[in-house]
Design a binder for this molecule. Structure first.
Ligand SMILES: [Zn+2]
Length: 293
């Protein structure tokens, strides 16, 4: 039995005119509603599989036109972006998207979708071919929307053009897929372990300069909000991997979208890292092949 479009999106009010849209446990995105503007700003836009579900969502939110600010262009983050009146994203990310180094929707659905957890009306997928940013945003820029002042921070690693957004007055940070408390993917063609470590260190320093534990951190997957202490735990695991103190527990083969990788597991944290990014691993032949975790 497919999911009825009317129950595809779940809404969570977070205060400050901010709403979390949970897309049936696949992913989350965010809506900023400025009291003075009829057009809300989305941070990412989920999978967007169903025009019927979108109509029902917009009716519940009482909105028509909208704009989208994108963290990155993976298929589970841009579903409603092609129909936005404005779509703002990073130039590096767009160039990679055009080079087809992303995470395409058919691949996502093969990996994570099945007929029992998708909406019955899948009419919105064809709109993706129209996806194109109307404006590029870059590191250090501040995007203003009503009372929100979102500083753009380039956080490469998961993808080379990944952006995160921070409102330092409100202490709200939008993390995209930079970090969340699930399996971390650093084995896409466009991923880089070295860049990811640098971004995480940069992010921790940025947040610490503004009282780390006072932030509400909003990723696009799993626990929301994310406890700021989780960033420190992941940084420590990455540091162990860099120093050669942690052995992988499994390995994956490449398939054209995901690259050959090692799986590291420590303290509840699971990370896939491209084999070429951790060249010092020994005894590779004895590691079990894992498909997913
Ligand atoms: Zn992603």
């Amino acid at each position: 039995m497919y999911i009825n479009p009317t129950s595809w999106y779940q809404l969570v009010t977070l205060g400050q005119g901010l709403i979390q849209i949970n897309e049936s446990n696949h992913c989350s995105f965010y809506v900023l509603q400025d009291g003075g503007s009829p057009h809300p700003m989305f941070i990412d836009s989920g999978l967007g599989l169903s025009a019927g579900a979108q109509r029902e969502l917009f009716s519940r939110l009482n909105i028509g036109e909208y704009s989208v600010l994108g963290t990155h262009l993976h298929s589970d983050h841009v579903g409603l972006s092609a129909n936005a009146r404005e779509f703002w994203a990073g130039k590096i990310e767009w160039d990679q998207y055009k080079a087809r180094d992303g995470f395409p929707l058919p691949y996502y659905l093969k990996q994570f979708g099945n007929k029992s957890n998708l909406p019955s009306d899948r009419s919105a997928q064809s709109k993706r071919s129209l996806l194109k940013p109307s404006k590029f945003v870059d590191d250090g820029e501040v995007v203003e929307f009503g009372p929100w002042q979102l500083e753009v921070v380039h956080t490469p690693g998961h993808t080379s053009g990944h952006l995160s957004f921070f409102d330092t007055a409100r202490k709200v940070g939008f993390l995209g897929d930079m970090i969340y408390d699930g399996v971390l993917y650093l084995h896409l063609k466009d991923s880089s372990f070295r860049s990811y470590v640098a971004s995480l260190v940069k992010l921790i320093e940025y947040l610490r300069a503004n009282d780390l534990y006072s932030w509400t951190l909003l990723p696009c997957h799993n626990s929301i909000p994310l406890n700021p202490a989780y960033l420190l735990r992941v940084r420590d695991v990455l540091s162990r991997i860099q120093q050669g103190d942690l052995d992988p527990v499994g390995q994956t083969k490449g398939d054209g979208v995901l690259c050959e990788s090692f799986l590291f597991v420590y303290g509840g944290i699971k990370i896939f890292i491209k084999k070429k990014d951790v060249p010092g691993i020994k005894d590779k032949a004895n590691l079990p092949i894992v498909i997913g975790v």
